[in-house]
Structures are given as structure tokens and as C-alpha cells.
Write a protein that binds this ligand. Sequence first.
Ligand code: CMP
Length: 135
Amino acid sequence: MEQTLSIIKPDGVVKGIIGEIIKRFENNGLKIKAMKMVRLSKKEAEGFYIVHKERPFYSSLTDFMSSGPIVVMVLEGKDAIRKNREIMGATNPEDADTGTIRRDFGTDVEKNTVHGSDSPESAAFEIDYFFKSLH
Ligand code: CMP
């Protein structure tokens, strides 16, 4: 069993598709082990995306991620990191496969509806960032 961090971004919350997204995870064998709705400060968003701090989109990304409430979840299942990334689709909704969350609901590469950990190392960091008390 593996755990990964999932975030429904502000655009997903505004669109009213929290339930639809959770249903896709559950229908694909991922269990919700922890979940909360939070509004990040700019500083908290910067801390979460610290690996991207040198990227040109860092400022805009962290503005967006602190612009409204998000839903943060720990998903658990066999191959959870890879499975979640399959369900989400490619980072840019234009490149994402039909039937993926980002293809169906994403607007652009920034407003791409969901985030998911991309490796066991990032999953450990990201789960700890939001759910330290679970460890
Ligand atoms: P996410 O999975 O949350 O991880 C980093 C985010 O940066 C990514 O999804 C995108 O929403 C965002 N982002 C914004 N601009 C870009 C870009 N040009 N290339 C990659 N990611 C970008």
C-alpha cells in the first residue's frame, strides 16, 4: 500500500466538482485516508511549492493556490502515486487524455483542477506538510 497527496485546487472548488473528483478516486480503488478544506496563505503556498521556487510560474502559481479554499487529501492504495497521476492526466489539460480530471475540468496549465505527488519523496514531504499530526 502506498500513500499520495491530492489537492483539489481553487478552480475545482469554485466549479463545484469536489464530489465528482472524489468519486473518481474511490471508483479507481483509492481510499481517502485524511481530508480537509483549507485556505492557504501566500507563504504557505510558497512553502508547499518550494521545489518550483526558481521557475517563472512560481509567483503566479502561489497567488492562484492562495486565492481560495482547496481540498487536501491523503489517498491510499496499491500504486497510489501512479494511479492518481493517471486519473489526473497530464499537467496541461490540452495534453491530458480523454476521461482524465484535467482534460474534463482543467482550464489551463495553472488552473488544472488537481495536484498530485509525483514521487515517493514528494508524497512524504507533501503529506507531512498538511497532516503532520498523522505521523
Ligand atoms: P501541480 O501538479 O500542482 O505542480 C506544479 C504546478 O505548477 C502545476 O501543477 C501547474 O499547475 C503549475 N504550472 C503553472 N505554469 C506551469 C508551466 N508552465 N509548466 C508546468 N507547470 C506549471
